[in-house]
Structure formats: structure tokens, C-alpha cells
Write a protein that binds this ligand. Structure first.
Ligand code: FES
Ligand code: FES
Length: 166
């Protein structure tokens, strides 16, 4: 299998590697770059657990090849909080509203909501829920996730921190 040299910026750090053409972005981020916050559930685009940001857009890492992200700016859940550890508003809302149980689906949900929040600044609850409609939570903890979305969409959202979000 031929290899390709790729370079991308992951959570603000340059990462260069030789990868086989067939390697997915999610496998690359976990196995090569060490960002194990990228969770792989179905591995074929159904559950949303592997969602990361690529150039600011929410992308399912299992549906993208690592070589397709050559030159891109990638953000995983590890790059979302501020350098001092202050949570991103999406993370804070999920924590405050108990929007996670085992946490397996959580990184993907966080990245989808963070990408939308970065694009829309103040997304509506409907926009957030639409964006989340493609995410599966095997713990079925959807009510807490919905409350977090409602909180983000409220006139006084959780405090903003910055971090490496888009
Ligand atoms: S692991 Fe990518 S969508 Fe399920
Ligand atoms: S919190 Fe367990 S899969 Fe969603």
C-alpha cells in the first residue's frame, strides 16, 4: 500500500506523518496523533461519535480519509477548552445540564455544537437540535443534551472562553 506524507494542524500544533491512502481521519487522529478523544462507534457515518472540526466545519472523521485533510486545520475535543482548562461554553452547558452519562458520544456532540456556535454565534435551539439529530447516544441521555442545547440558545449562554475552537 502506498504511503503519502501529509501535514495538518491539530489543536494548534503541526503534525506531519506518512499514512496509507486507506486510513480514515478518525483512525489517524487516534492512532497516529494520539487524540483518543475522537471516539469511533459505528465507523460508517451513522452515530456521530467521531465528529471533529476540519477548517471549522463539523466532519465525521470516519467518513474522511486522512489524506483528504492534508493541509487542513483540525480541532478535536482536546483542543476546545482554553489553555487554562476553562471549558468551552458547549462543554460547560453539557456539564451543567448533565448532558452525558458514559460519555462515549459526548466528544462528537460537543464538536457539532461548537462548530455551529462558532458559525452562528448564537444558534437557536432548533438549529442546535437539527445539527444534533444525526448523533446517537447509546445511553439514551437525550434530555440532558436537549437542556444543554436550550441553555446555549438562551439569551444568557454559558460564559465564553475561546480555546482552539475555529
Ligand atoms: S464512528 Fe463515525 S459516525 Fe459513527
Ligand atoms: S452518554 Fe453514553 S453514549 Fe451518550
Amino acid at each position: 500500500m502506498s504511503k503519502h506524507t501529509i501535514e495538518m494542524t491539530i489543536n494548534g500544533r503541526r503534525h506531519t506523518a506518512d499514512v496509507e491512502s486507506r486510513v480514515s481521519l478518525s483512525d489517524f487522529l487516534r492512532e497516529d496523533a494520539g487524540y483518543t478523544g475522537v471516539h469511533i462507534g459505528c465507523d460508517h457515518g451513522v452515530c456521530g461519535a467521531c465528529t471533529v472540526m476540519v477548517n471549522g466545519e463539523a466532519v465525521r472523521g470516519c467518513l474522511m480519509l486522512a489524506v483528504q485533510a492534508d493541509g487542513a486545520r483540525v480541532t478535536t475535543v482536546e483542543g476546545l477548552a482554553a489553555p487554562d482548562g476553562t471549558l468551552h461554553p458547549v462543554q460547560a452547558a453539557l456539564r451543567d445540564e448533565h448532558g452525558l452519562q458514559c460519555g462515549f458520544c459526548t466528544p462528537g456532540i460537543v464538536m457539532t455544537m461548537a462548530a455551529l456556535s462558532a458559525r452562528e454565534k448564537r444558534p437557536t435551539e432548533e438549529q442546535l437540535l437539527n445539527a444534533l439529530s444525526g448523533h446517537l447516544c447509546r445511553c439514551t441521555g437525550y434530555q440532558g443534551i436537549r437542556r444543554a442545547a436550550r441553555k446555549l440558545a438562551s439569551p444568557e449562554p454559558a460564559e465564553s472562553t475561546g480555546g482552539d475552537s475555529v
